[in-house]
Write a protein that binds this ligand. Structure first.
Ligand code: CO
Length: 134
């Protein structure tokens, strides 16, 4: 069902410091910060040869990553995103196997303009999984 690893998302308390570390210390190609108010985050995309890393920082009130950063003040891996061909079929198959899809189960348009869903971390070895239809 799942295909390529689309991205790893890391919540960071200091976006500039994290961007500098990826650019200067790790020598990665780091993009400019992009505000995504409808997702409650500012994102920096880091393009790697085989996948992406996304640095996430809370934006506005009620950001979905605010609670995560409270629990993990120095930051941490927030979710990983796998690609699927057909998100509705993937959802139906996962729900039939007992996995919990977050929210009302309807795919939402994610940060890349494509339909996404999130799966409950307690059902997947403590990892929040995002599925993105590509
Ligand atoms: Co994501």
């Amino acid at each position: 069902m799942i295909g390529r690893l689309n991205h790893v998302a890391i919540a960071v308390p200091d976006l500039d410091a994290a961007a500098r570390q990826y650019a200067d210390t790790l020598g990665a190609r780091v993009g400019a910060p992009q505000a995504e108010p409808e997702h409650g985050v500012t994102v920096i995309f880091i393009e790697l040869p085989n996948t992406k890393v996304e640095l996430l920082h809370p934006l506005g009130e009620g950001s979905p990553i605010a609670g995560f950063l409270e629990k993990n003040p120095s930051g941490g891996i927030h979710h990983i995103c796998y690609e699927v061909d057909d998100i509705t079929r993937a959802r139906d198959q996962l729900q039939a196997s007992g996995a919990r899809v977050l929210g009302d189960g309807t795919p939402k348009i994610g940060a890349h303009g494509k339909p996404v869903l999130f799966l409950h971390p307690k059902d997947f070895t403590g990892t929040l999984i995002e599925l993105e239809q590509v």
